[in-house]
Design a protein around this ligand. Structure first.
Ligand code: ME8
Length: 652
């Protein structure tokens, strides 16, 4: 107790439109950080919300023939639903049209006016409605909004307004940032802020002539408070300013204000700290501006209609892959940090996402989890053997355990995922090298126990480490591992200690979590209905086959065979080329099981082979026979004799 609450915010988004991948990326970043801090045992206040008083919001309402309040009440639902359906676990959702916020804005305005920080004057200049920003004539570029993310036409404004004495804070701001350079993040954005402030701060107009929407200026109802002055104050509304002094003490200052670069320099790094200085409140500890997303190389824009809606994308990809919607959402949460260092601009493409899904999730992580739990079932009936973790694997986990906290704390998400995937690769390599299937075959029980324990304990570490990014997928791995205490109850320091997997843990049946997405298939929404794979529940409804005679059955030559070698077929992600010993010959069989079985774990395995199937060429390889497998939920599970029997035994 008594520890400061870790307070993290996202921008509050304009409600003139539905959230897209850009808003999603900031909000997920905040959620990852919040989940990580909770995992470390910190009390967290994670706030997001909506900015509702903008002229453009009023305009959007008018266009739809609605009252602004009614309009925002509707649109805000899209935000709430999006965050709920993308696993955003915020603690507070603030709307600027709420009474608690209006009270803060009105009081802050009055307080600053009493101090002489707000005064009346004439504003003459330009206003950019999409950006809700005032500009001087000299700042415009070819008569347009100078913000590189905007560049849209501006409106001439001449009105009597109230001004905030921003110029008076120029020196104090510079002194503050010189003494606390760590506040402005990432480092490379610091100079931009300093040179903006050094170039001279003009007093800021903080009201507009009333346009039928917005918070009225106290004692001057002809004006409403400028949307940015109103919006920035949301951060202290949430912290309890003027409502709950004890909460304010525990929560303020914010530990991180997150946003993209578009609203960093002028608003969050200049206007906001100056307002806070005027209110005699401490300044935020960190202001972090990330980059901008484009989609397929283009700026996200309403007119292009290229704004990716995260829920819709996840639903489409889930349909294509057969993975659950929630798993695909997690994959999207992972993807936005996987390729681009957080802070830099990035380009989003669905192809890139699908590719990463298949390689990093279906292949590397999915396969690791699936094969390790499957092997445990094969060799130990699913029960974790008692063993100590292999020191070699403990050493491989060390960079992850040691460096992940700082990477997450400092929002180096890209590096955090590199560390995690480095360990996943190390685990996969360990399995390949230790070859538990060989240890089992050679009856080296002690080594087998140590290897299997170490791998599964490694999987447990991975589940904890990915949980801030992929809470649902991590929870599913946790469930399959059969962990006795809930993932949500874990604390980082203890959970990340190797050897924490209790012996005798009963694992669940291995089920693929990330199902590979066909990269060449058309998106699901364009697919004719007939092409969709039947849902597993429909399987039993398949019409029964016509009967066959015993003689007909006898014509099948089914035999127990042993897999001697297995390899992938380049370019065919579902197929494996197997060398199979039938007891009378050794032949090649092509099997469509690569999604569920790694080549290494098949070697030495006994299977049931249809020996007299007519040979067929598959991807240029002649296949002589077919393995029998159960088809369950679209997944193949190989049949094998219940007891050890000699190779070549007939199956009748
Ligand atoms: O500016 N790439 O709201 P807003 C990355 N209401 N992030 C993006 C993005 C993109 N292409 N597009 C939007 C406002 N964002 C004000 C904020 S805060 C007191 C008031 C994200 O709806 C990013 O976080 O225009 C950016 O800063 C924010 O959405 C702007 O959201």
């Amino acid at each position: 107790m008594g520890d400061k609450v870790y307070y993290i915010t996202t921008p509050i988004y304009y409600v003139n439109d539905a959230p897209h991948i850009g808003h999603f990326s900031t909000t997920v970043a905040a959620d990852v950080l919040a989940r990580f801090q909770r995992l470390r045992g910190r009390e967290v206040l994670f706030a997001t919300g909506t900015d509702e008083h903008a002229p453009k919001v009023a305009e959007a309402a008018r266009q739809r023939g609605k009252e602004p309040q009614q309009f925002v009440d509707e649109i805000v639902q899209t935000y709430l639903q999006t965050w709920q359906e993308t696993h955003i676990d915020y603690d507070d959702f603030v709307r600027t049209s709420e009474p608690r916020h209006k009270a803060v804005v009105t009081a802050a305005f009055e307080r600053l006016r009493e101090r002489g920080d707000i005064y009346r004057g004439i504003y003459e200049g330009w206003y950019c409605v999409p950006d809700e920003t005032f500009w001087q004539e000299s700042e415009l570029i070819e008569g347009r909004c100078p913000n590189p993310e905007c560049r849209r036409p501006v409106q001439k404004v001449q009105e009597e307004n109230w001004f905030f004495r921003l110029s008076a804070y120029q020196d104090r701001l510079l002194e503050y940032y010189e003494a606390h350079p760590e506040v402005l993040q990432p480092d490379f954005r610091r100079n931009e802020v300093l040179s903006f402030i050094r170039s001279g701060l003009r007093d800021a107009s903080i009201t507009r002539s009333a346009y039928g929407w917005g918070i009225p200026v106290p004692d001057d109802p002809s004006k409403v408070i400028y949307v940015w002055f109103d919006a920035l104050l949301n951060y202290i509304t949430v912290a309890g300013y003027l409502q709950d002094e004890a909460k304010l003490r525990d929560v303020w200052p914010a530990d991180v204000h997150l946003m993209a670069k578009d609203i960093f320099v002028r608003f969050h790094a200049t206007l906001w700290p100056a307002i806070l200085m005027g209110l005699e409140l401490p300044l935020p500890r960190r202001l972090f501006a990330h980059g901008f997303w484009t989609v397929d190389g283009e700026k996200i824009s309403k007119s292009k209609g290229n704004a990716i809606n995260p829920r819709q994308l996840a639903a489409e990809v889930a349909e294509r892959s057969g993975s659950s919607y929630d798993v695909v959402v997690d994959a999207l949460r992972f993807f936005i940090f996987r390729e681009v260092p957080f802070g830099l601009d990035g380009d989003f493409s669905t192809t890139g996402f699908v590719h990463r899904f298949n390689s990093d999730l279906a292949n590397d992580l999915g396969n690791l989890v699936n094969r390790s739990i499957s092997m445990l079932h094969r060799y130990y009936e699913g029960v974790v053997p008692a063993a100590t973790p292999d020191p070699a694997l403990v050493a491989l986990a060390e960079p992850l355990v040691r460096d992940l906290p700082a990477a997450l704390e400092e929002l180096r998400f890209h590096q955090a995922l590199d560390l995690i995937w480095g360990f996943i690769s190390a685990l996969n390599k360990y399995v390949d090298e230790q070859a538990p299937w060989r240890l089992a075959r050679e009856e080296r029980r002690e080594e087998l126990a140590r290897v299997m324990y170490s791998v599964l304990d490694g999987v447990r570490l991975v589940a904890v480490a990915i949980s801030p990014f992929m809470p649902v997928a991590a929870g599913e791995i946790w469930r399959q591992l059969g962990m006795p205490t809930p993932l949500a109850a874990q604390r980082w320091d203890e959970a990340m200690r190797p050897g924490g997997l209790p012996a005798a843990t009963v694992t669940a049946t291995a089920e693929p979590i990330f199902r590979r997405i066909e990269e060449k298939r058309r998106p699901a929404k364009e697919k004719p209905v007939a092409e969709t794979t039947p849902a597993p529940a429909e399987k039993p409804a398949e019409p029964a086959q016509p009967t066959i005679t015993f003689d007909e059955f006898q014509r099948l030559d089914l035999r127990v065979a042993r897999i001697e070698a297995a390899e992938r077929i380049p370019g065919a992600n579902k197929l494996l080329k197997l060398t199979v010993n039938t007891g009378t010959d050794t032949r090649t069989v092509v099997a469509g099981i690569a999604l569920w079985y790694a080549p290494e774990e098949l070697v030495g395995r006994k299977v049931v082979l249809v020996c007299n199937l007519a040979p067929a060429k598959i991807r240029g390889v002649e296949s002589q026979g077919m393995l029998l497998a159960a088809d369950t939920e679209g997944r193949a599970v190989l049949l094998q004799p219940e007891q050890d029997v000699p190779v070549g035994s007939k199956v009748r």
